[in-house]
Write a protein that binds this ligand. Structure first.
Ligand SMILES: [Zn+2]
Length: 238
């Protein structure tokens, strides 16, 4: 194996493990979901391929290949893409949904990983073209007092990427109409945690809606939660 092929091996193995965990939880059926993680810019042995006009390393990310179930996925199957949308490394075609992964990394330098799922409850809510309002304090896990649902656009399109990037301007998750869930985080574990929590909240919201109209928390009440989550941040890394 060449040094270049070893690049980010631990990170790629962590991505595969996360994909398998989500699969085991029934959230990532077959090959419908896709994950990515921002590639490190150190440890690159053939730096010329990564040089930019500014002299720094070009930002890139590892994404799951298209059509490959998590059960068959290995670290060597991941595709490394630049933020210019070009494949840098990998034998397989990237997930057809790579454009919104790229858009999130381009829009938010703080986000390191993206998880996309067609998980049942989030997708059901997305098919109603409804997001999550402040019906439960944990909605703040996505960074605000709601989780928006973007308008419908065909998967893999720039139009969908733009809508997702707009939603991520001030959130770490969104639903995509008639499609599914996207969550991101400052690490793979954080992105997966946000995705799993939003999926659970969508299930609870749908159950509550089946009985009546949930009572929403006020802006002040949600601001209090968001502030509390921020102060937890330093000592509760995920
Ligand atoms: Zn999808």
């Amino acid at each position: 194996m060449t040094p270049a092929a070893d690049h980010d091996l631990a990170l790629r193995e962590a991505l595969v493990a996360t994909a398998r965990q989500l699969d085991a939880q029934g959230l990532n059926r077959g090959s419908t979901g896709n994950l990515s993680v921002r590639a490190s810019t150190n440890g690159i042995t053939n730096g010329s391929a990564d040089a930019t006009a500014e002299g720094g390393a070009m930002a890139s990310f590892w994404v799951t290949p298209t059509g490959m179930p998590a059960s068959e996925l290995g670290a060597g199957d991941l595709v490394r893409m630049g933020l210019d949308g070009q494949v840098i490394q990998g034998a397989w075609a990237p997930s057809t949904e790579w454009p919104f992964h790229r858009a999130i990394y381009a829009a938010r330098a703080d986000l390191q990983a993206v998880v996309h799922l067609h998980s049942p409850h989030a997708t059901a809510l997305a098919c109603l073209r409804r997001g999550l309002p402040a019906f439960h304090y944990m909605v703040a896990v996505a960074g605000g007092d709601s989780v928006p649902c973007t308008p419908y656009h065909l998967f893999g399109t720039q139009a969908l990427s733009k809508a997702v990037a707009a939603a991520f301007a001030d959130r770490n998750a969104c639903l995509m109409a008639n499609h599914g869930l996207v969550a991101a985080g400052t690490s793979l574990a954080h992105a997966a945690k946000v995705a799993v929590e939003i999926e659970a909240l969508c299930g609870i919201y749908l159950q509550a809606l089946a009985v009546g109209e949930p009572i929403l928390l006020s802006g002040a009440q949600m601001a209090e939660v968001i502030e509390r989550f921020r102060s937890y941040g330093a000592s509760r890394r995920v």
